[in-house]
Ligand binder design. Structure first.
Ligand code: CP
Length: 325
């Protein structure tokens, strides 16, 4: 266990050691147990978290806000459009000023090519920890909750296989931050990774290179495949979700056109059967029901999506308690 996380940013788990992540998992389970037992755990009494959103959210906002209240503190919700950011407040000013009012700054900014840069600029200027609630490159708190869920459902992750697959969605070109965070993190905890997507939906080459390096160091497998069925066959974890062709196309329309060639990439019962009855189905939500995944799968016995969503709360409380206390 590492005990020196006070004051640390969490922008990507790639910047935390395995031991530090294990500490967060350990504390998350402790806080989860305390909540189940109704035991108060006001570790962050009188502390305040600023939550700055440039993009919509259900789970992230609700779980950070509930988590701060359960830890005895407060979370202030700040929607970027209601601020003076559009009128000139710079990232440096946000870091300097919100850092003086608060004990932590959490930011969601998923704009492609802008989000991570913005969060890093705020962090540079902030005197308090900056937490990435999802950017264009990473979604660390989702990946942390996913790892916790896999450990709870499947036991020791070492030697297990996770299939991180693209799936079709009609709603919008979703960020690539979830699959990128998963392929980076899971090999470090001993999981074999199958990254599966049709042509045009590749992830950032530098992230894939880091993920391969993580897998090499952990002596686990890392495969990139373009056959959905082959990618799912015999796997332990089916993590099938949509993402945009952000590295290939120039516009949402072009992205939608390319995606529509692969409408049959849906997580359905036939495909889950290929994985095997012990395999679990995961999705960070929201999902495009009956487009990306069938009701039968997402509401079925192999789906762990609600426990996965719950673990957002426990993982985030752990990181806030460790970095902001
Ligand atoms: N999984 C996730 O981040 O959900 P929200 O977009 O609703 O926060």
């Amino acid at each position: 266990m590492q005990t020196h996380l006070r004051g640390r940013d969490l922008i990507t788990l790639q910047e935390w050691t395995k031991e530090e992540i294990e500490t967060a998992l350990d504390v998350a389970l402790d806080l989860k147990r305390s909540r189940a037992l109704g035991q108060p755990h006001a570790i962050l009494r009188d502390k305040v978290l600023a939550m700055l959103f440039f993009f919509s959210s259900t789970r992230t906002r609700a779980s950070f806000e509930a988590g701060m209240a359960q830890l005895g503190g407060h979370a202030q919700f700040i929607e970027s459009r209601t601020t003076q950011i559009a009128h000139g407040d710079t990232a440096k000013e946000i870091g300097e000023i919100l850092g003086r009012y608060n004990d932590g700054i959490a930011i969601r900014h998923v704009d492609w090519g802008a989000g991570n840069k913005y969060i890093r600029e705020v962090a540079q200027a902030s005197r308090v920890p900056v937490l990435n609630m999802q950017c264009d490159i990473y979604h660390p708190f989702q990946a942390l909750a996913d790892l916790l869920t896999i450990i709870e459902k499947k036991g020791d992750p070492r030697g297990k296989t996770i299939t991180v697959s693209w799936a079709y969605a009609a709603s919008y070109q979703k960020p690539i931050s979830v699959p990128q965070s998963l392929i980076l993190l899971m090999p470090r905890f001993g999981m074999n990774v199958r990254l599966v997507h049709p042509p045009g939906f590749q992830l950032m080459p530098e992230i894939v290179a880091q993920a391969k390096d993580n897998a090499r160091r952990a002596k686990v497998g890392f495969e990139i495949m373009d056959d959905f069925a082959a990618g799912i066959r015999g796997t332990d974890v089916v993590y099938a979700k949509s993402w945009g062709a952000l590295l290939t196309v120039k516009s949402d329309e072009e992205g939608a056109q390319l995606s529509s060639k692969y409408k049959d990439w849906i997580a359905d019962e036939r495909r889950m059967a290929m994985a095997g009855e012990d395999a679990i189905y995961m999705h960070p939500l929201p999902a495009d029901r009956n487009i990306e995944v069938t009701d039968a799968v997402i509401d079925g016995p192999q789906s762990v999506v609600y426990d996965e969503a719950e673990n957002r709360l426990h993982g985030q409380k752990a990181v806030m308690a460790l970095t902001m206390s």
